[in-house]
Design a binder for this molecule. Structure first.
Ligand code: COA
Length: 254
């Protein structure tokens, strides 16, 4: 075994510390460092730090967990990608050569996100289409990525003046495109950060309204960003229809 082998962690051997279910897909799990103590040691010793695996979705639910000890004191835990680190990542304009990485991230983010609101068969059917990015977006100059310290794309999103479905341009209207955050980095404000960036550029472009076709899973996210539901819409993804929501908001705060 080499030194490098020591760094390889096989998530399959682990169970989620929150729900207790085996972790089968490492890409939808995070490693947590928990700081804890059995209660009988608490007043004498320093807390212990130990690594655990958790499903990203369980972490987001803020579950308190099924810890392996009957009585313990949990001081807290840190996910590998913590909020401060995530917030320090910078937004840059996406380039055509980023395409493969963006599409990999989209596939992971959509698989995780859509599963919460749609059945597995529908997710499987739409995932290949929804994870593909229109190459025109990558030369538009209005589509962005956030990459981590290793240059790995962890979030994407942008805007266009043309409608994503019809290609039509309506004077004063801009459209949100392909917002997604890798599950390891979701819940840390990256989606909001990307939206703020887009909104200020949309305002500079003179638009008055922002529209977005949101999956059912992301409606609450857009609502937090000030969007309101304008109606339900079934998006045609090559003959498979994805129930979605037409969300809209004025560019300026009302
Ligand atoms: C939807 C998505 C882009 C949100 O990105 P994110 O970085 O996790 O979101 P943020 O951390 O910036 O959240 C901003 C606010 O929205 C809330 N929010 C985010 N996702 C939410 C959800 N699914 N349900 C309810 N609220 C949500 C957050 O709690 C936060 O609220 P707060 O500021 O009051 O605390 C991300 O979860 C994702 O990629 N989902 C899968 C792909 C997808 O569905 N994309 C949308 C395209 S239709």
């Amino acid at each position: 075994m080499t030194d490098d082998d020591d760094d390889i962690v096989d998530a399959h051997e682990f169970h989620c510390v929150f729900c207790g279910v085996a972790i089968e897909d490492e890409s939808s799990a995070v490693m947590l460092t928990a700081t804890w103590m059995p209660h009988w040691r608490a007043d004498k010793f320093a807390p212990l730090a130990q690594d655990f695996w958790a499903h990203s979705a369980c972490l987001e639910k803020g579950w308190k967990g099924q810890w392996p000890w009957e009585e313990h004191i949990l001081y807290g835990f840190e996910a590998g990608a913590d909020k401060e680190y995530a917030q320090s990542l910078e937004i840059s304009v996406a380039r055509p050569e980023d395409r493969e990485e963006i599409e990999d991230m989209l596939e992971t983010a959509f698989a995780e996100g859509l599963r919460r609101s749609y059945g597995t068969d529908l997710v499987d059917a739409v995932l290949p289409t929804i994870s593909k990015i229109n190459p025109k977006l990558l030369t538009s100059g209005t589509f962005y990525v956030l990459a981590d310290m290793d240059g790995q794309v962890v979030a994407s999103g942008g805007w266009t003046l043309d409608d994503p479905v019809t290609g039509e341009v309506i004077e004063g209207v801009a459209h949100i495109r392909h917002f997604a955050v890798h599950p390891d980095f979701s819940g840390f404000g990256l989606g909001r950060k990307l939206f703020r960036h887009c909104r200020s550029l949309i305002a500079n472009a003179g638009a008055r309204e922002i529209r977005c076709l949101s999956g059912l899973n992301a409606e609450a996210f857009y609502a937090k960003l000030g969007f309101e539901r304008a109606g339900a819409v079934d998006i045609d993804l090559g003959g498979v229809f994805l129930p979605s929501v037409d969300m809209r908001r004025p560019v300026k705060d009302s």
